[in-house]
Design a binder for this molecule. Sequence first.
Ligand code: DLL
Length: 433
Amino acid sequence: MSIWSPEYETMPEEQLRELQLKRLRWVAHWVYERLSFYRKKFDEVKLRPEDITSLEDLKNLPFISKDELRKNYPFGMFAVPLDNVVRIHSSSGTTGKPVVVGYTRGDLNTWSEVVARIASAAGVKKGDICQIAFGYGLFTGGFGLHYGLERIGATVIPVSAGQTERQINIMMDFGSTVLVCTPSYALHLAEVAEGMGVKKGDLRLRVGLFGAEPWSENMRREIEERLGIFATDNYGLTEVIGPGIAGECQERNGLHINEDHFLVEVINPDTGEAVEMGESGELVFTSLTREAFPVIRFRTRDLSRLIPGSCPCGRTFVRMERVKGRTDDMIIVRGVNIFPSQVESALLEIEGVEPHFQIVVDKKGHLDELEVRVEVEEAFFPDAMRKLVEFQKKVEDKLMASLGVRTKVTLVEPRTIGRTAGKAKRVIDKRMY
Ligand code: DLL
């Protein structure tokens, strides 16, 4: 399978570390000279950019958080004059002010490059017809994938998110070979296609580029089966650039991080200390080449781990395991940490369960209560009540075994849990703190 930029993606480790150090020194100077925010951070620990002589020196600098970026809303963290910013995107801002990020022409070039790499790694090539069902707009998904795929020379159909039946008609009529969206929307597309009487064989889909939300291996299998597609995972976040930070190759054993542009650290989210190679923790990124919106030691709140060892694909960039959740979407129920992706994985092992669910957390007296709304396959529903009760118990036992917490399972009719064209809403937390 072709490697988009072999000179970087297969760079020997020592050379890569040298390049990272050179770029780290560049970005340290860049932010120190341009942004008082960073100058203060450096001064606090009495570090000057020229003192950085090894990658280890980065560890002397404090982390930065999403809140700090937010406080500088909208353009306070831009390191170049607005004149040189040719594009603006922003995070969704569902919890407070969004983070607004800017891109210079050079940044857009870098962004297309890193997206072209992850798309090639997943198997996309010139000649593919790529249907982008991510939203176009301030969200980075649509535009991010768009320019990266164009760079490869693939044909891009910028459908944007929503209008599901229209998506399916376009998929059939235009012969789309690549589907680009969130994994939950891919499943919804499959479901609507089935409802329209469209068979897998009517579609030419070959590769799925899915990302922007956590999903599980079981969900991957389900999507592959229903759409007849090779489903791959890719990861990114607005603050660091958008999609293109990391993506799976054909081996699908972790996501290669574009390490020449993004330096990764994994830390213990409670102590901030680095974890050992291979251990789980929170991902922290430093952008090494961004001009308009550089970030140094940005805490993502995403939980993952780096996979030691080399990959048979030949890329030398380190792999991260699929993100299992965020420190802030972890639900703590009666002291037990639960991630929606764990619930998803357990549910999808049960035949008769649809891959749509919702977790409702509430408090009865002092006790947390966990309810999981599980959609049941059409074929199951008209069956006798007794069967449903047995089924409900089976799901409750499965969740108990995999989460270690008793849940109340509510079976709901097919197609009753809300679908979105973007990121799925999996958790409703009614507890008052
Ligand atoms: O979701 C960027 C993106 C667009 C990535 C399209 C991939 C494809 P934000 O809206 O800023 O940016 O959300 C970033 O989404 O911190 C993760 O919590 C989550 N996320 C993104 N990709 C994945 C993934 C885009 N593959 C936040 N697996 C991140 C799990 C993901 N979570």
